[in-house]
Structure formats: structure tokens, C-alpha cells
Design a protein around this ligand. Structure first.
Ligand code: KG4
Ligand code: ZN
Length: 337
């Protein structure tokens, strides 16, 4: 049986990534991250677009070399159509279309959030979720509870009504004076802190939806009040602050995850997206799984944050369904789920 080789391209936000998937195995997954945004406290769209233009060809070239293949070996091109930043998405989309035309190979347009979930199907020699499963997708732009009926049938059961979980990490980190993105730093300092040292607001919302903006405000007011009394408050309580903030975010997430699992009776529970790299979240899911009899699925670290390997595997499922894109396809910053 002949093997099938997919080039995946991801450029939705501030990471330019290319990956080579052979059947269901990743041969290479190369990402250029953009340090430029750190000094601005967030992603600057114009600078992100420019960096993607500089990085895209070198990143694809590196992915091909690492996989020890050439352009001639590619059978399909999969790219992120959206959602994301327009100026970032167009770079990957235009590149994929040009390459498809030049190589005379088909292409598929991938939904970035579907891809985060489908990353679970990259062959790593470990069990994969069975259908239907629940995926809690937590990233910098989204927080969703999704019921996955098949690789191409995904239904959102709930989502955030304001900030995403990643934004809750990054915005509270900013209040503590950390550079962007602060999520990984909160994770790091939380390891030495007491999660019950401080208590912050856990906004109440209906159904399977989430809300995080009240938490951010509650952290801001608390810090302002304490720093007025003691200018060294943050430095002296860094680990406890981080542990308490992280514990609050996780509690908000798990309250709804437990509810959806109980209501649907579905036992296969997965997480995906950048925040699923959080060590506290990974540990808590494993713990909850033990307690509640769930089969839990935690992505390999490198497939949590934005990467092209997930775009390639999502592309494989679209191609199997013959859902190819045509040359008039365009990037869509608000691509519907
Ligand atoms: O999926 P992703 O790479 O990009 C989007 O599609 O948004 O997610 C990025 C988000 C950022 O908010 C970042 O702070 C967060 O994931 N993140 C983390 C950790 N690693 C990345 N948040 C908490 N703990 C981490 N270890
Ligand atoms: Zn993402």
C-alpha cells in the first residue's frame, strides 16, 4: 500500500509552523515563534504578519529537510483557513494555494480549533479517544466544550462568554508584571505556591458556558489594594499568587467539564489547545479521571500550543471525506466552528 504524505501549514496567530505527516505519523513539525511580541505585552497583528512572511519559506524548507523528503513527495497541502488574525492567516493561505497550483496537488482548508482537537489522532502509539468524546479546548482565543461525534462532526456545547482561559492566564500574569505570554510563567511559579493562599472571584454562568473576566478584575483590585500597603507584595507572594490564580481558573474549567460529563454520560474526556500544556491542568485531569472513571486524553506537550502537525492530521480527515478546497478559497478570521 502506498503511503500518503501531507504538508501542514499553520499561521493563524504568532507561530509559523510546517509539518510533514506520512499516513498518521509525524515526520517533522517545525515552528518559528515570534519573540517580537513580548515587549508589547501581546501579539501585534502587523508585526505577526510580517514575521510570517519572513518565516514561512524557511520553516517549510526545514520541515521538508527534517522529514528527508522533497516537494515532489507531497500528496496534499493542508493549511489553517481560520479563525485567527487576518494578516497572519493570509500568509499561510496564499502560500498553500500557490504551492497547490505549482505542484498540481490538492489542498484542504482546516479549522484551527478542529485541528487542536484532532491532534489527539496523531499516531504516538498510545490509545486515542473513542467517539463520541468530550474535548475541553482551552487556548489563547477560545475556551470550548466540544462533543466530537467523528473527526468531521464536532459540536460546541459551551464556550466562554468573555475572555478565553489563556487570556485569563495572560491578563492576570500581566497584572503581576510578567511578560507576554504569561500563562507558562504562572504555571512555573504556581508549582511552589499554595493554591489556597488567596481566593478570587469565580463568575457564575449558565449551562456549559464559562466566564473569566470577573476573575481578572478581582485579581486587579486585590493587587492594587495590597501593593498600596506593601510595594513588594507581588514579589513576596509570587508563588502563592500564581498558584491561587491557576487553581481558580482550573476550578472554573472543571466545574463545567464535570457537568457536561455527568449530563452526557460520556467517559472519554480530552483536553486540547495551548492551555492544555499547563501542568496543573494536566495533573488535575488525570486526578479527576481516576475519581470519576473517565478515560482521559492529554496531548503530547508539543501538540498543545499552535503547531502544524495538528493541521496535517486534520487535513487527512478532510481529504478522506473528499472535502478539498478550491483556488478561490480565502482566509477567514472568524471562520465559524
Ligand atoms: O493554542 P495556543 O498556542 O494559541 C491560540 O490558538 O490561542 O494557545 C496560547 C495560549 C496562551 O494564552 C498561553 O499563555 C497559554 O496558551 N499557555 C499556557 C501554558 N502554555 C501556553 N497557559 C498556562 N500554562 C501553560 N503552561
Ligand atoms: Zn491555537
Amino acid at each position: 500500500q502506498q503511503s500518503f504524505v501531507i504538508l501542514g501549514i499553520e499561521s493563524s496567530c504568532d507561530d509559523t509552523s510546517a509539518a510533514i505527516l506520512k499516513d498518521d505519523t509525524i515526520l517533522s513539525n517545525v515552528t518559528a515563534s515570534q519573540a517580537i511580541h513580548e515587549q508589547y505585552g501581546g501579539v501585534v497583528p502587523e508585526l505577526a504578519s510580517r514575521a510570517h512572511q519572513q518565516n514561512i519559506i524557511p520553516v517549510v524548507d526545514a520541515a521538508l529537510k527534517k522529514a528527508a523528503i522533497t516537494l515532489k513527495d507531497i500528496d496534499l497541502i493542508a493549511f489553517t483557513q481560520g479563525p485567527g488574525l487576518m494578516g497572519s492567516l493570509v500568509v499561510g493561505t496564499a502560500f498553500a494555494k500557490s504551492l497547490s497550483l505549482a505542484l498540481n496537488k490538492p489542498m484542504v482548508a482546516v479549522h484551527h480549533m478542529h485541528a487542536h482537537i484532532l491532534a489527539h489522532f496523531i499516531n504516538e502509539g498510545v490509545p486515542v479517544p473513542g467517539f463520541p468524546f468530550i474535548c475541553m479546548t482551552v487556548s489563547g482565543g477560545h475556551t470550548q466544550l466540544v462533543r466530537v461525534d467523528s473527526p468531521t462532526e464536532l459540536i460546541v456545547l459551551g464556550s466562554t462568554i468573555d475572555d478565553a482561559a489563556g487570556e485569563a492566564f495572560d491578563k492576570t500574569a500581566k497584572i503581576l508584571g510578567f511578560p507576554y505570554p504569561g500563562g507558562p510563567l504562572i504555571d512555573k511559579y504556581a508549582k511552589e505556591g499554595n493554591p489556597n493562599a488567596f481566593s478570587f472571584a469565580k463568575p457564575q454562568v449558565d449551562g456549559y458556558n464559562f466566564s473569566f473576566s470577573g476573575l481578572k478584575t478581582s485579581v486587579l483590585y486585590f493587587i492594587q489594594k495590597e501593593v498600596a500597603k506593601n510595594p513588594n507584595f507581588i514579589e513576596e507572594n509570587k508563588a502563592d499568587l500564581c498558584a491561587s490564580i491557576q487553581a481558580t481558573i482550573l476550578e472554573i474549567l472543571f466545574k463545567k467539564l464535570r457537568k457536561v460529563a455527568a449530563d452526557t454520560g460520556i467517559k472519554d474526556i480530552a483536553i486540547a489547545g495551548g492551555v492544555s500544556a499547563n501542568s496543573g491542568l494536566r495533573a488535575k485531569l488525570a486526578e479527576e479521571g481516576e475519581k470519576s472513571g473517565w478515560n482521559v486524553f492529554i496531548p503530547k506537550f508539543e501538540y498543545c500550543t499552535d503547531n502544524a502537525a495538528m493541521i496535517a492530521i486534520a487535513g487527512k480527515f478532510l481529504a478522506e471525506k473528499k472535502q478539498f478546497a478550491h483556488q478561490d478559497v480565502s482566509a477567514n478570521a472568524r471562520l465559524p466552528f
